[in-house]
Design a binder for this molecule. Structure first.
Ligand code: AR6
Length: 186
C-alpha cells in the first residue's frame, strides 16, 4: 500500500509498513517525555537501534530534563538503516479541548525544523499520538498532513522526501482519506 504526490520539489509518500526498516536519513520516534524506550513504535525503534540510541536518549534526558510536549531532539540511528532518530513527544488525547491539535502540529513542526537544521533531506514519520496516547487517527492524520503541507510551502525545495509509515491498513486508509480532504481544498 503506497501513495505518492509531489509537493513542489518534495515528494510526500504514504505507505503501510514498519518504520524501523525504512532507509531514509531520519526516522521520527513518538517518544515519552523521559525518552525511555517504552512500548509501541518507540519500543520498536529502541530495540532495532540498540543501546547507542537508548544511551544517547538517556544522556539527553539527563542533560536537558524531560521533553515537553511538541519538542524534538535528535540521536544517532545506531543499528537502524536510518542515520538519525528524531524523538518527539506528541500530546495525550484528553478529548480535544486541552490544546491537543496545536501540540500535535507543533511536534511535527519541531521534527521538520530539526531535520532542516541538520541538513537531513529524507524523513519518515509514524502516526504520532494515535496509539497509546489515544488521539483519534482521522483527526491526527489531517493535522499531520496539513502541518507537513504548510511547512513545505514555507520551506520549499529543502526536503527531498517526507514519508508517513503507517502500521495498519486502517491507519493507511485514514491518512489517504485525510490527504484527499486536504488536497481537495487546494
Ligand atoms: N512502525 C510504524 N508504526 C508503528 C510501529 C512501527 N514499528 N509500531 C507501532 N506503530 P504508539 P503514541 C504505530 O503507541 O500513541 C510509547 O510507549 C502504532 O500502531 O507507539 O504516540 C512511548 O514511550 C500507532 O499507529 O505511540 C509513549 O509513552 C503509532 O505507531 C507513548 O507510547 C503510534 O503509537 C506514545 O504514544
Amino acid at each position: 500500500m503506497r501513495f505518492e504526490v509531489d509537493m513542489g520539489k518534495t515528494k510526500l509518500v504514504l505507505l503501510k509498513g514498519d518504520i524501523t526498516v525504512e532507509a531514509v536519513e531520519a526516522i521520527v520516534n513518538s517518544a515519552n517525555p523521559e525518552l525511555t524506550p517504552g512500548g509501541g513504535v518507540s519500543g520498536a525503534i529502541h530495540r532495532a537501534g540498540g543501546p547507542q540510541v537508548t544511551d544517547e536518549a538517556a544522556r539527553i534526558r539527563r542533560e536537558r530534563g524531560r521533553l515537553r510536549t511538541g519538542e524534538a531532539v535528535i540521536t544517532t540511528g545506531g543499528n537502524l538503516p536510518a542515520k538519525w532518530v528524531i524523538h518527539t513527544v506528541g500530546p495525550v488525547w484528553h478529548g480535544g479541548t486541552k490544546g491537543e491539535p496545536e501540540l500535535l502540529a507543533k511536534a511535527y513542526r519541531s521534527c521538520l525544523a530539526l531535520a532542516v537544521e541538520k541538513g537531513i533531506k529524507t524523513i519518515a514519520f509514524p502516526s504520532i499520538s494515535t496509539g497509546v496516547y489515544g488521539y483519534p487517527v482521522d483527526q491526527a492524520a489531517e493535522i499531520a498532513l496539513r502541518t507537513v503541507k504548510s511547512f513545505l510551502e514555507g520551506n520549499p525545495g529543502i526536503l527531498k522526501e517526507v514519508r508517513f509509515v503507517l502500521f495498519s491498513d486502517a491507519d493507511f486508509e485514514a491518512y489517504r482519506a485525510a490527504w484527499k480532504r486536504i488536497g481537495a481544498e487546494g
